[in-house]
Write a protein that binds this ligand. Structure first.
Ligand code: DOR
Length: 431
């Protein structure tokens, strides 16, 4: 249950200090929803939460989720999506525009902002790049931005043509906006269901070649260089994509990138189970791609980890692999997969995790300074990096259950979140 608590003190935590990039033991006092003080042995006669040595982090941000409202509320709603975000440790999410109708007018942006205005979780709508995501006509980007669109994307599809992406990047540059890029050449992927390779051949499933992603990564890096518009490459999944992004950054092209937990935790080998929850777009790739994605995360080529939370109803997923829609739920397992797959094996340091799940998305999205400084609005994630837990999809707060990690033992769990003057936790009580 969320509790409205404008004033609260978090005691006995390890606070993330952004300037030092490390943790310091201490307490965090919040007054009127804003950071009031950070220090040792603080006392105040306000609601108190003893976090018993857990990390106190600037609220985690998931910059790539599908919340399905408006239009497909049977899969997820803004409210159930926000509940899933809280359970996963996120205080801020960006919702993608492939809703029905598409988020392509200021009215729909306003609808989402208004409907979620009293939530603990801040929901930032991402506007479509083109009307109806059809690739034919740009949306009124300035209008949508004024209404609260935090970025623009035709996610679910690429921006259809180079010409349209060029115009989008030119406008976005004028507006200081960000384009989030779903990279997929549909002429190579249409009618196909998993990664093309040995496994797809063995299983007799039509495969999507890795080059379907890479062609658009290459096109749009070239267009970002040409226009100077800011491009964020979503759900990067292949080795050559990582290599191109690394080279683009070396050349000073304004690109950033994200990958998703499933793209560093699973390979296409998993599809031998024919579990339709493993059907995702871009598809699960080979071990070589996964290794490249991990190296991209380690060396900073990939700036952000985002879930690409894509809820679907059971009746849609409980069909043959070929007939199922693409997508898996991700917000409630993201933290546990990050610690299990990246931190425990020594690929990422705790500092890098905080950067990729809180600091970098805030910078890329221009969300302002969210560090623990007196006067800043308080967004806090309380996280135990060592807590082991087993995924049980039936406990999810999301409406959806399409998660391929059922029964996995994960490491690292959010214990509670604070945002918009509200505290939510099922693990720690307020005294
Ligand atoms: O797997 C996916 N599902 N990839 C996408 O790009 C879209 C998403 C969805 O909306 O279900």
């Amino acid at each position: 249950m969320t509790q409205f608590v404008q004033d609260i003190i978090f005691k006995n935590g390890l606070l993330y200090d952004e300037s030092a990039g490390g943790f310091v033991p201490g307490d965090l006092l919040i007054k009127n929803g804003k950071i009031k003080a950070i220090g040792q042995n603080l006392s105040a006669s306000v609601a108190a939460v003893d976090v018993r040595g857990a990390w106190l982090l600037p609220g985690l941000i998931d910059m790539h989720v599908h919340l399905r409202e408006p239009g497909q509320e049977y899969k997820e709603t803004l409210e159930t999506g926000a509940a899933a975000a809280m359970a996963g440790g996120f205080t801020t999410v960006c919702c993608m525009p492939n809703t029905i109708p598409v988020i392509d007018t200021s009215g729909i942006v306003e609808f989402i902002k208004k409907r979620s205005q009293n939530f603990l979780v801040t929901i930032h709508p991402v506007g479509a790049v083109t009307k109806g995501r059809k690739g034919e006509e740009l949306v009124e980007m300035a209008d949508l931005q004024r209404a609260g669109a935090v970025a623009f994307s035709d996610d679910g599809d690429s921006v259809k043509t180079a010409e349209m992406m060029r115009r989008a990047l030119e406008y976005s540059k004028m507006l200081g906006a960000l384009i989030i890029d779903h990279c997929e050449d549909v002429s190579l992927s249409e009618g196909k269901h998993m990664n093309e390779g040995l496994v797809s051949t063995r299983l007799g499933i039509y495969g999507i070649p890795h080059v379907a992603e890479e062609i658009i990564v290459a096109r749009d890096i070239l267009l970002a260089a040409f226009t100077g518009g800011r491009l964020h490459l979503a759900h990067v999944s292949t080795k050559a994509s990582v290599e191109m992004i690394r080279e683009a950054k070396r050349r000073g092209i304004p690109v950033t990138a994200e990958t998703c937990p499933h793209h560093f935790s699973l390979t296409d080998e998993a599809v031998v189970l024919f579990d339709s929850n493993l059907k995702v777009n871009p598809p699960l790739r080979t071990a070589e791609d996964v290794a490249a994605v991990k190296e991209g995360l380690r060396d900073g080529t990939i700036d952000v980890i985002a879930s690409d939370h894509a809820p679907h109803a059971p009746q849609e997923k409980e069909v043959e692999f070929d007939a199922a829609p693409f997508g898996l739920t991700g917000m409630e397992t993201a933290v546990g997969l990050v610690f299990r797959e990246l931190v425990q094996p020594g690929i990422l340091t705790p500092r890098q995790v905080v950067e990729k799940m809180a600091i970098n998305p805030a910078k890329i999205l221009n969300l302002g300074d969210r560090s623990f400084k007196a006067g800043n609005k308080a967004h806090v994630t309380v996280l135990n990096p060592a807590q082991k837990w087993v995924v049980d999809v039936f406990q999810f707060k999301s409406k959806a259950r399409n998660c391929p990690f059922q029964g996995w033992e994960l490491v690292g769990k959010s214990l509670g979140v604070y945002g918009n003057s509200q505290w939510w936790s099922e693990e720690i009580a307020v005294s």
